[in-house]
Design a protein around this ligand. Structure first.
Ligand code: PLP
Ligand code: ZN
Length: 410
């Protein structure tokens, strides 16, 4: 078996590098990407081979940069693609689906990238894995490192939600809370990565890590009976997920798994951290870094590494990027929960509120087959809704009191 990786290739100048834990081109400082041996992929990749694979994201192993026989797999992926007719009606849309990635082992889409990164890190011979995280990555690295028997160092901003800190700490990592923003944590990690022989999943292992995101696109296509949707709405933090959703659809077409079909990709940000949305709306290419201030902490990257590429992908596919206020975010969390029974975190609120805005603007059409990515679980960000929901009534255990209150509800 093994994997089908041939080289790392610079996204800007196409220079090739050996398959090593590196992530930046020495000549132009462009990001490195995994390049596969296309003949080998073609020989081992078909609808039949996929369907015969494991019931996890590893069924797409020929297009992942690590060997399936070595995989660290907690059962990541094959999350439900749920029709959302009641939400569609509320938003004035037609055929709408929720890709429910809350249903992953550590309850977010980050398990997709981490399963690949930790597998590859172990193949490279690393004994310690690490990451800079806005929360969900911390959960996932800690969980996968535990299962793989690797040491882990997880760096987070100290002001993260309790629900993200505790649900990371339980897996027993070395959890480093830093007084600073995510961007400062990330810069610290880049410095640490230069000193210590650790696999930072989103620094020196980033080219491998990022490929895991493609599996969300692969699954959507498989779950739509081997076809592509018309429009996908994707939350943006670093912008990596958005670019990889596009790449995933493109690879399925390239290898003849699905018929060609244009997919518009739209991006979602919080107004309190909207560097990519701002660039998109201003019609400029350069992403100007911002200082985040939003309840959507999982998306709070002020200087997004793939922001430029995400913005370009949205423009090239005819999508749009919007940003929404904290109030719109929690309202959309409740809208999703109360129409479809899915409790997503603040990032899901960002996605659904953005979808609502795009529907109002006519950017997303009633005739389109739309998929919205719900990438993390609401139980991890209870603070966002705690002030806005609660018991309908609080009563003594007495029938008369209940009946009285019930009739006064009308
Ligand atoms: C990390 C994250 C994203 C987006 O990640 P990118 O950095 O843009 O790839 C989206 N949703 C949630 C819940 C996340 O944790
Ligand atoms: Zn280069």
């Amino acid at each position: 078996m093994g994997d089908n990786v041939m080289a790392l290739r610079c996204r800007e100048c196409a220079r090739e590098y050996p398959v090593e834990p590196i992530h930046v081109c020495e000549f132009c400082f462009g990001p490195l990407e995994v390049a596969y041996d296309e003949d080998r992929v073609r020989a081992s990749f078909s609808r039949e081979s996929i369907a015969a694979g494991p019931h996890s994201m590893w069924r797409y192993a020929p297009l992942l940069p690590a060997s399936p026989e070595n995989r660290v797999d907690l059962g990541v992926g094959m999350t439900p693609l749920v029709p959302a007719p009641r939400l569609a009606e509320a938003l004035g849309l037609g055929e709408l689906y929720i890709k429910n990635d809350t249903r992953n082992p550590s309850f977010s889409f980050k398990d997709r990238v981490v399963s690949v990164a930790i597998t590859r890190a172990r193949e490279f011979g690393f004994e310690t894995v690490a990451c800079a995280s806005t929360g969900n990555l911390a959960n996932s690295v800690a969980a996968h490192a535990a299962a793989a028997g690797l040491k882990s160092y997880v760096f987070i901003p100290a002001d993260l939600e309790q629900g993200k800190i505790l649900t990371t700490a339980v897996y027993g990592p070395n959890l480093v809370a830093v007084w600073g923003s995510y961007d400062e944590v990330n810069r610290l990690c880049a410095e640490v990565a230069g000193r210590l022989p650790w696999a930072f999943v989103n620094v020196n292992i980033r080219p491998f890590y990022a490929e895991g995101s493609k599996t969300i696109a692969f699954e959507i296509a498989e779950q739509l009976d081997w076809s592509l949707p018309d429009h996908v709405v994707v939350p943006i933090a670093s912008g990596s997920l958005l670019t990889k959703v596009r790449k995933g659809f493109g690879e399925f077409v390239h290898y003849g798994i699905v018929p060609e079909h244009p997919v518009r990709i739209s991006g979602a940000q919080a107004s309190g951290c909207a560097p990519v949305s701002s660039a998109f709306k201003a019609g400029v290419e350069h992403i100007r870094p911002v200082k985040p201030d939003t309840i959507a902490k999982s998306l709070a990257i002020g200087n997004p590494a793939d922001g430029y590429y995400a913005c370009r992908a949205v423009r090239e596919t005819g999508g749009a990027i919007e940003d929404v206020s904290d109030e719109e975010i929690w309202e959309a969390m409740l809208l999703l929960a109360s129409t479809e029974g899915i409790f997503g975190e603040t990032a899901a609120g960002v996605t659904i509120a953005t979808l609502k805005r795009l529907a109002q603007q006519g950017v997303v059409g009633r005739e389109e087959r739309v998929v919205a990515l719900v990438t993390g679980l609401g139980l991890k960000t209870l603070e966002a809704v705690a002030e806005h929901v609660g018991p309908t009534m609080t009563i003594a255990p007495k029938l008369e009191e209940f009946e009285e209150r019930l009739s006064s509800l009308g």
